[in-house]
Design a protein around this ligand. Structure first.
Ligand SMILES: *Cc1c(COP(=O)(O)O)cnc(C)c1O
Length: 379
């Protein structure tokens, strides 16, 4: 069994993907080809924002957004404590300080109660300038951007949506990657919409930031890349990746997003009496980057993972370690409570999830989980 079956996806889309790659090879327009422009137009339309700027990966997308806002030493950026490293890494890479914030135990997304406490604490200390809130759409469910936006307005902060796992999600009729003042996503192969290498994109409705982001992404270019107005990066999406993504975006819209939601529903029906299953908030729609369950304790979680492995069922622990415990951030002071993140890190387990997962596979996984938990009862 595959955790995310990219081989199956290629089998299904093979003729279109091969043709798309072959066209790029024939035309030899490897950088900034017409497919990149077409992809940016299609992504912007799908997400419902004015501008889409593709780039080399999701980490660069986040960093470019912070560069466009001139985030630097002395600035505080609020980041959930439970996320992939990049969400905080880009803040420190620019010399600013990530302030980690505990999460909501149901959605695994940033807790807006803890967020407001953290902002007030930083203001009271008076050492850092509060500037940005990063909301991460963890595991595919959008963060609570209505509440985040209210807090941002109250304290005059910018919002950055890290939609690396969230592409395709929705709150009401609004698409993920449209919620931040700037929003970002990743096309890493295992993300909801993945390419065949690294890739990323940035979304915004703001014309000035659009111009800045396009400049920063290509060496701080002015007229062209030999006219340099600012220190930037080299962070473009290859034409081959754009060509692959055009095919995959079509499949994503036509059937893949619905297929993962069907798979999630089957999991939930099978498991809701047995473990804590994911909670999708009323009016929210997830793109199911992960289907993550919570076990009663760490010993049982590790035992279940071992048992599934013996049966050839892959599972992953996203994430072992809270951000505030990462060695790389050891200088960032953590004077707030991270109780929920710490508990979730010890008890979470992500199960196989992708659009080509079959009902029978989910039933096998669920029956193995039930067996292990029953074993516990008998002990
Ligand atoms: C994957 C991921 C990123 C980084 O994306 P890359 O394309 O791998 O650089 C950032 N944030 C989150 C939450 C992610 O899951």
């Amino acid at each position: 069994m595959e955790f995310r079956n990219l081989k199956k996806q290629y089998q299904v889309l093979r003729s279109e993907i091969d043709a798309a790659i072959s066209e790029v090879l024939t035309e030899a327009n490897f950088i900034s080809g017409k497919q990149v422009v077409q992809l940016e137009e299609e992504l912007a339309e799908y997400v419902g924002v004015k501008h889409c700027i593709t780039c080399a990966n999701g980490t660069d997308a986040l960093q470019l957004a912070l560069m466009a806002w001139n985030i630097r030493k002395g600035d505080a950026v609020f980041v959930p404590d439970f996320t992939f490293f990049s969400s905080g890494e880009v803040v420190s890479a620019l010399g600013a300080t990530p302030v980690f914030v505990d999460i909501d135990p149901d959605t695994f997304n940033i807790s807006t109660v803890s967020l407001e406490k953290a902002i007030q604490l930083i203001m009271k200390e008076g050492k850092l300038r509060p500037k940005v809130i990063i909301g991460v759409d963890l595991f595919g469910q959008p963060a609570d951007f209505k509440a985040i936006k209210e807090i941002a307005d109250k304290y005059d902060l910018l919002t950055l949506e890290d939609g690396a796992q969230g592409f395709g999600g929705r709150i009401g009729n609004k698409m993920a990657c449209s919620f931040g003042d700037i929003s970002c996503t990743s096309f890493f192969p295992a993300k909801p919409l993945g390419c065949y290498g690294d890739g990323g994109a940035i979304f915004t409705n703001d014309d000035n930031w659009n111009v800045l982001l396009r400049s920063y992404r290509i060496h701080g270019k002015g007229r062209d890349k030999y006219d340099n107005l600012r220190i930037g990066m080299n962070s473009r999406l290859d034409t081959i990746q754009a060509a692959i993504l055009l095919v995959k975006l079509k499949a994503f819209k036509e059937f893949e997003l619905e297929a993962v939601n069907r798979a999630a529903q089957i999991y939930t029906n099978e498991l809701k009496e047995v473990v804590k299953v994911p909670v999708i908030k009323e009016g929210y729609y997830s793109s199911w980057a992960q289907y993550s369950i919570l076990l009663p304790d760490r010993i049982l979680r590790d035992k279940l993972q071992g048992n599934l492995k013996e049966k050839g069922i892959p599972s992953m622990i996203y994430y072992f370690k809270p951000m505030h415990k990462q060695m790389a951030f050891h200088e960032e002071s953590a004077k707030v409570d991270y109780g929920i993140t710490e508990r979730v890190c010890d008890t979470i387990l992500s199960l196989p999830m992708h659009p080509y997962l079959e009902r029978e596979e989910i039933e096998i996984i669920a029956s193995n989980i039930r067996d292990v938990l029953k074993l516990k009862k008998g002990e």
